[in-house]
Design a protein. Structure first.
Length: 220
C-alpha cells in the first residue's frame, strides 16, 4: 500500500482556498435554511423569510462560479489526474445540496403550506437533522482534502443523523395521516414538504457513500 497523502492540494494554495470557500458556502446555506424554516413555522411567511431566500440564492450562485473555477483549474494545471474525476463528481453532487436548500425555500415562499401546531416540533426536528447531516458531510469532505484518515469518523455521523431523520420522518408522516378531519389533498401537500426536507439528508447520505469509495481509492 502506498503512503497516504494527508493533503490533496498541499502545493496549490489558491485551489485549496476555493474549495474551502465552496464548502463554507454549503455549510452556511444549510444553517440559513434551518433558521429560515424555523422562522416560517414560528411566524409564517414574512419579508424577512423572503430576504433569507435571496441570501441562500446568492450562496448558490457563488458556488456555481466556484465549482467551475475549481474544475477548470484541475484540468488546466493537470492536478491529481488519478482523482480529478472523483473530485468533479463530488463537487457537483454537493452543489446539488445547495440547490435543494434554495428550491425548498422557494416552494415555501410560493405555496405557503399550513403546518398544524402539533406537527411543527417534529418538522423542526426533521429540519435540524437535515442541517446536522449536511454539516457532518462537509466535515467529511474537508477531511478528504486535508486529512484522509479522519473521513470515516465524519461519515459515521452523516449516517447517524440520516437515520435519526428517517425515524422523525416516519413519526411525522404517521401523525399527519392520522388526522382524519384533514383533506387528503392537504396531507399530500404537507407530505411533499416533509419529504423534500428528508431528501436533503438522503442526498447527503448518498454523497457520503460515494465519498467512502473515493477515500478507499485514494488509500490504495
Amino acid at each position: 500500500m502506498s503512503t497516504i497523502k494527508f493533503s490533496l492540494f498541499s502545493k496549490t494554495k489558491e485551489l485549496d482556498t476555493k474549495i474551502n470557500e465552496f464548502l463554507n458556502n454549503v455549510s452556511e446555506a444549510g444553517i440559513l435554511y434551518g433558521k429560515n424554516v424555523a422562522l416560517y413555522l414560528e411566524e409564517g411567511y414574512s419579508e424577512d423569510f423572503e430576504n433569507r431566500i435571496v441570501e441562500v440564492k446568492n450562496y448558490e450562485r457563488r458556488n456555481d462560479k466556484l465549482r467551475r473555477e475549481i474544475e477548470l483549474s484541475l484540468y488546466q494545471n493537470t492536478l491529481i489526474p488519478e482523482a480529478r474525476s472523483d473530485v468533479k463528481i463530488l463537487l457537483e453532487e454537493v452543489d446539488e445540496l445547495l440547490n435543494m436548500f434554495e428550491r425548498n425555500l422557494f416552494n415555501f415562499s410560493v405555496e405557503k403550506p399550513e403546518v398544524e401546531q402539533d406537527l411543527k416540533s417534529m418538522f423542526r426536528e426533521l429540519v435540524e437533522n437535515s442541517v446536522h447531516t449536511t454539516e457532518a458531510l462537509v466535515r467529511a469532505i474537508r477531511a478528504f482534502f486535508a486529512n484522509i484518515t479522519e473521513v470515516n469518523d465524519h461519515i459515521h455521523k452523516v449516517m447517524f443523523y440520516e437515520n435519526q431523520g428517517d425515524q422523525v420522518y416516519d413519526r411525522l408522516i404517521r401523525a399527519l395521516f392520522s388526522k382524519n378531519y384533514m383533506p387528503l389533498s392537504q396531507k399530500m401537500h404537507l407530505k411533499t414538504f416533509f419529504g423534500n426536507t428528508e431528501g436533503i439528508s438522503n442526498h447527503a447520505e448518498d454523497i457520503a457513500d460515494m465519498l467512502t469509495l473515493f477515500t478507499i481509492k485514494r488509500m490504495i
